[in-house]
Write a protein that binds this ligand. Sequence first.
Ligand code: ZN
Length: 120
Amino acid sequence: MPHTLSASQLEELKALLLSHRSELLVQIAQKRENLAPPTADEGGIVQRNVAREVEQALTDIEAADLQRIDYALKTMEDGSYGQCGECGCQIPFERLKIEPQTQHCVACKSRWEQQHHKAH
Ligand SMILES: [Zn+2]
């Protein structure tokens, strides 16, 4: 399916992805720094471990986001960027502008969320 995004729209989305990507890399680097220095203070060990788990969970979310951004940049190169991974439709530019790394159209995403919600 040929995509309907113009070259200038693609450029705009690519710039968004790249700036989002560098922000994420800075955040991840900062968190890794916070995780790094263990002190010899025994009383603080449990608290530090909890903080560590929270930091790690956040870093995992960011790492997953980073993967989606990298994937989006890759699909921009092979021309398949902006297609819904579920139904194959072209995701509208307006939606991509809000979340350029998204891989699903609104219909598929809300359908998934509804199913996910019902399961609980
Ligand atoms: Zn879809």
